[in-house]
Design a protein around this ligand. Structure first.
Ligand code: ARE
Ligand code: CA
Length: 492
């Protein structure tokens, strides 16, 4: 349950946040497969609340389940099944986002599949869940019924997160319904799951639910394969609930990673690139094999979750963002996730983005499909970071070097670093406010290499910088601080 089940030579999970299933299927075939991506994290596939006010069709409505019918803003069950099959055929794995801690917040209405729900009477007939299936006063003792204090592990697990109706996961019936939902996704060929709000569920309840899960579908996976599980726990330190409370069950999101890496690349608090030499475990993060890492996610890119605007890098800070992603994919730590976003107009007032709720590009609430431009970028407000050359070429770098050790670390003491992965790949960064011009040991066989950051290595012609590695493995590395990208990467 800690293996993402990547095909050989594949690397990295891309979160296609809020994409339609039909677009993901096409993207697996035309892009993710050919570019060596391992898999895709998809938005929650189940029926969710539809919110029209005060926010119109916000992205966060999908974190309010109404039932486990497979009918959502991204498409219906037929489209979901078709996507999973086509992606598997393209060698690309699918991981669904599971919202199983809770159902909706207050109110009532009809969900994305037309099912009625009523949070006041705790009635979700399309599952069905009723009042006995939720945590109540017997287990949650806060005045509001909501989580009021993260220093009290009991209320974090048994009270309502943000007012969301909290499922009684200690109950056999509830566990069974949740497991049936997940098994339905396993049967259709999914490879694993991101589990939402894991801090708010007891490890024992999750262990019970996971133990009910089937092996992965033998049509696409080796027999006896277990689902890959990565669990969302925000642990920045200072709370009684730790990420390590869940690492025996699967991987855990390492939120320190993106915050610290953002601080280093922004040079906050005297941080230096050279300090990254032992990034990861050496910085007090989870064990590498337990850790799911990312530069930003769908929450902290808009000020939700944890990290903070002064630290987290997003597509809006493109030059630093590409550097951070490149470091993440080149450096041997954790399972890598790449964010793929849509754009929205930021409007920060008093430290909060007034537009943090804005949903994906849509026509009257119906999510638009993703048009692809002639230069391989996306249109209609889809940012598609995973189609930026500097990012997708680093996926190939990661794929080629993932089993190679870190070697030939070099730094200038400050904001210039370089290292190789065995004798397969080499990368150098210049985050100084001046030129870099040094001759370094690359670890690579002698030859003429094409920088995959500044250009493309086509058949016999290189549109990027050319780098010459001598018989002694050394090469002259020149990186301008004013170039579009202040790093170079080469591989055999
Ligand atoms: C929305 C409204 C709320 C309203 C609620 C119910 O914004 O005002 O009360 O609906 O009607 C997302 C959004 C929420 C949204 C929710 C449901 O971010 O704004 O609420 O969907 O639609 C904690 C959790 C962590 C969680 C973050 C956001 O521990 O699990 O909060 N992250 C996941 C997802 C989110 C999602 C949910 C959970 C809910 O990734 O996208 O919420 O399914 C410290 C603590 C952290 C804490 C953090 C923020 O750092 O250590 O544990 O994270 O503060 O409070
Ligand atoms: Ca709970």
């Amino acid at each position: 349950n800690k293996s993402p089940h990547c095909h050989n030579g594949r690397f990295g999970i891309v979160h296609l946040f809020e994409w339609r299933w039909a677009d993901i299927a096409a993207e697996c075939e035309r892009w993710l497969g050919p570019k060596n991506f391992c898999g895709v994290q998809i938005s929650p596939p189940n029926e969710h609340r539809i919110i029209d006010s005060p926010d119109y069709r916000p992205w966060y409505q999908r974190y309010q389940p109404v039932s486990y019918k497979l009918d959502s803003r991204s498409g219906n069950e037929q489209e979901l099944r078709d996507m999973v099959e086509r992606c598997n055929k393209a060698g690309v794995r699918i991981y669904a986002d599971l919202v199983i801690n809770h159902m909706t917040g207050g109110g009532q209405g009809q969900g994305s599949s037309g099912s009625y729900w009523n949070a006041d009477s705790l009635s979700y007939p399309a599952v069905p869940f009723g009042s006995g299936d939720f945590n109540g006063r017997d287990v949650c003792n806060t005045g509001s019924g909501n989580i009021e204090n993260y220093n009290d592990a009991n209320q974090v697990r048994n009270c309502r997160l943000l007012g969301l109706r909290d499922l009684r996961l200690g109950k056999d019936y509830v566990r069974g319904k949740v497991a049936d939902y997940i098994n339905n996704l396993i049967d259709m060929g999914m490879a694993g799951f991101r589990v939402d709000a894991v801090k708010h569920m007891w490890p024992g309840d999750l262990q019970n639910i996971y133990s009910r899960l089937k092996n992965l579908n033998s049509r696409y996976f080796l027999s006896n394969s277990r689902p890959f599980i990565f669990q969302e726990v925000i642990d920045m330190g200072g709370e009684p609930i730790k990420g390590t409370d869940y690492t025996h069950l699967g991987q855990v999101t390492e939120f320190k990673y993106g915050k610290e890496l953002g601080d280093v690349i922004r040079k906050n608090n005297g941080q230096r690139l050279r300090y990254l030499r032992n990034f990861g475990e050496g910085w007090g993060m989870l064990r590498s094999g337990d850790s799911l890492v990312f530069v930003d996610n769908h929450d902290n890119q808009r000020g939700h979750g944890a990290g903070g605007y002064g630290s987290i890098l997003t597509h809006a800070d493109s030059k630093m963002y590409k550097m951070a992603n490149a470091f993440m994919m080149a450096f041997p730590y954790g399972t890598v996730r790449i964010m793929s976003s849509y754009s929205w107009q930021r409007n920060i007032q008093g430290g909060k983005d007034k537009n943090d709720w804005i949903g994906p590009p849509s026509n009257g609430g119906n999510t638009k499909s993703v048009p692809i431009n002639a230069d391989n970028t996306c249109g209609d407000g889809w940012v598609c970071e995973h189609r930026w050359r500097q990012i997708y070429n680093m996926v190939s770098f990661g794929a080629k070097s993932q089993n190679e050790p870190l070697r030939n670390w070099w730094d200038n003491g400050w904001q210039q670093v370089a290292f190789s992965r065995g004798n397969k790949a080499f990368i150098a960064f210049n985050n100084e406010d001046r030129e870099m011009d040094v001759t370094l040991q690359t670890g690579l066989p002698a030859g003429t290499y094409c920088d995959i950051v500044s250009g493309q290595n086509g058949k016999g012609n290189c549109s990027g910088k050319t780098i010459y590695v001598g018989n002694d493995g050394r090469a002259r590395i020149q990186i301008s601080n004013r170039a579009d990208d202040s790093f170079i990467a080469i591989m055999v």
